[in-house]
Write a protein that binds this ligand. Structure first.
Ligand code: F6P
Length: 602
């Protein structure tokens, strides 16, 4: 039975490699850079079974396939012809480099992918810089309409880009709406699965988008992950996409299906669709009716991920009801693993995320960077005012949540029913109920995170552990400026002008010299577990941190580009309030007004 190893690959011995070469009839680059020789050149590589020709068997990330035969599950006869046209399988970590009769292979990079300044893969002597060593990942979305696919891909794109894996979404719906060749009538009829002509048009659009996606992945120097955002809800459609991708030896595939069985969420999603570009200027009742028939059309032909993908050893993940249940099959690539882990951890809870820098420190007065200074009297006043502000915000948020709960109840049962249940449910009683609910909600968990530096912990000094879950976290410490700790920018510029210039020119990647010195990229990677935690938790929170960390956290939440993020203005005594919403987010900014000792929105 084909069991894919889930641990890091073990380097093979020469004997293993020789055996593999013999078994798979490979040609390896000559060790001294001379032209490669084939140990068994009389054999041909083009007679593999159809099941071994899928993309995974071409470039699996996992060395276990070096010595095991490709999966040999039975293949349905109707697919054999198309699948046999695919390029021959290349086992293990070898990439096919040339199309000649005797193909040449180059070592293929596995596991952790290249991150400038953080992960560097040593290139073999035969490495051709023209060719990318790293595999690219294509995520094929799957799911009926209104299952939150576009929401998921936006989130995933934001996260991967934040981690510096350049990611782009290719949305098929947008092309369908704008492409000249598309029919003007795109009502439910256009999505009828029995109408072959329309089906062909839809498939062609999806394939067209796939071509753009492949071009972006191959041409973009930084391109890493491309997401094909469409329903792709039938096997025949997925087969088209996968067969085309199988011609690209360094592209891996992850299929990602979103399933929603929660009727309330579905109804809300349906209504949100009416605000989208397909139903602009259309009467909402008519639009809703049309959208329902479109969904019904898709449902008729829907084939969820399953046996077909498993028979082909593909990687897939099913997200059921916003990650309540996750099914992951055959996930073995590094980037796929990162995606699945991220998607397993997010939720749609309504909550407040406040982020701020510490109060003014004595080092801030002198413009000194780094260090571990204490707060000034003004900084301490800010800390006290912050506690009052958060406590008020927490209460008013709880009140609005309670009001919403009450409205939902009233919507569900109607006033009459409520009155029936309890004759005293007049206006006053309802208000009392509301207050009680708000009180209960506001005393529910609220987390405060600080760094382990004095200025950050002192800012949180007024928060009581009775009322708040307070954590001091080292990950939130400010960037370590190594040998330049406690200096001013003016001193650095005067004493180390080259370094100063280098940092100005590339702040993101510049790493401070000396013990422990970090770059923005280093800080991003140490913050990764906290971002996952932020996505995972459902309660509100306040994060008290430092300039670089704040920029990086806001960069993630607000999708700032890597160019702008290190330069964003984030002054002290400013609080950012971020509210995740099922479709987007909301941001408020509050400034501490010294004279009034209070906060004002701006
Ligand atoms: O000056 C405060 C501070 O948090 C320093 O400790 C840190 O080195 C600096 O800001 C980071 O800002 P920038 O990346 O713009 O130099």
């Amino acid at each position: 039975m084909d069991r894919r190893r889930k641990t890091l690959p073990v380097i093979k011995t020469d004997a293993d490699i020789e055996r593999m070469v013999e078994e798979h009839n490979l040609i390896l680059p000559g060790a001294n850079g001379q032209s490669p020789v084939s140990p068994s050149s009389s054999r041909t590589t083009s007679t593999r079974t159809a099941s071994s020709t899928n993309q995974l068997s071409q470039s699996p990330p996992d060395d276990s396939s070096l010595v095991r035969p490709s999966p040999s599950k039975p293949v349905r006869p109707k697919e054999t012809t198309a699948s046999l046209l695919l390029p021959p399988a290349v086992p293990g970590r070898w990439i096919r480099l040339a199309e000649e009769e005797k193909p040449v292979f180059q070592r293929h990079s596995v596991g952790l992918t290249e991150i400038p300044g953080v992960v560097r893969t040593l290139k073999p002597p035969t490495y051709n810089p023209e060719r990318q060593l790293e595999t690219r990942l294509v995520i094929i979305m799957v799911g009926l309409p209104a299952r939150g696919k576009s929401y998921i891909v936006k989130k995933l794109r934001r996260y991967l880009n934040w981690l510096q894996y350049e990611t782009k979404v290719f949305n098929v719906g947008n092309t369908r709406r704008t492409q000249k060749a598309s029919p003007s009538d795109q009502s439910a009829k256009f999505f009828d699965p029995d109408n072959n002509e329309m089906k062909k048009i839809r498939d062609d659009i999806a394939m067209d988008v796939l071509e753009h996606l492949i071009e972006w992945l191959k041409k973009g120097k930084q391109s890493r992950v491309a997401i094909h955002d469409a329903t792709n809800s039938t096997i025949s459609r997925r087969q088209l996409l996968i067969e085309r991708l199988s011609n690209e030896p360094k592209i891996k595939i992850l299929l990602l299906e979103s399933i929603c069985t929660d009727q309330t969420v579905l109804e809300r999603n349906f209504r949100l669709k009416l605000l989208g570009p397909d139903y602009k200027n259309i009467d909402p009742v008519q639009a809703l009716e049309d959208f329902r028939s479109r969904v019904a059309n898709y449902e008729r032909a829907y084939e969820p991920l399953g046996d077909w993908e498993e028979e082909r050893d593909l990687e897939y993940c099913k997200l059921i009801n916003v990650g309540k249940k996750v099914v992951a099959y055959n996930i073995s690539g590094y980037l796929s693993g990162q995606c699945v882990f991220y998607l397993m951890n997010f939720n749609l809870s309504d909550r407040q995320i406040f982020v701020t820098r510490h109060g003014q420190s004595t080092d801030n007065l002198d413009d000194r960077i780094g260090g571990d200074a204490s707060l000034t009297p003004l900084g301490r006043r800010f800390g006290k005012a912050l506690e009052r502000f958060i406590s008020q915000q927490r209460k008013s948020f709880a009140m609005s949540m309670a009001r919403r709960k009450q409205e939902q109840l009233e919507d569900a049962y109607g006033f009459d029913k409520l009155d029936l249940l309890d004759p005293s449910h007049d206006g006053e009683a309802r208000e009392e109920l509301l207050n009680k609910t708000a009180e209960a909600l506001s005393s529910s968990q609220f987390t405060v995170w600080t760094s382990m530096l004095k200025r950050s912990m002192e800012t949180a000094a007024s928060f009581s552990p009775e009322d708040y879950d307070i954590k001091h976290i080292r990950y939130l410490n400010e960037i370590n400026s190594g040998g330049r700790e406690c200096m001013t920018y003016e001193e650095i510029q005067r004493l180390y002008p080259q370094e100063f210039k280098a940092r100005q020119e590339n702040k993101l990647y510049y790493r401070y010299p000396g013990m422990g010195g970090e770059s923005y990229i280093d800080v991003i990677h140490r913050l990764q577990p906290l971002i996952i935690e932020l996505e995972r938790m459902t309660q509100s929170c306040l994060i008290i941190t430092h300039r670089v960390v704040l920029r990086i956290i806001l960069g993630y939440l607000l999708d700032w580009s890597r160019e702008e993020m290190p330069h964003m203005l984030v002054p002290i005594h400013t609080v950012y309030e971020y509210r995740p919403k099922p479709y987007g987010s909301e941001l408020k900014k509050w400034r501490y007004v010294e004279e009034k000792d209070t906060f004002e929105e701006f």
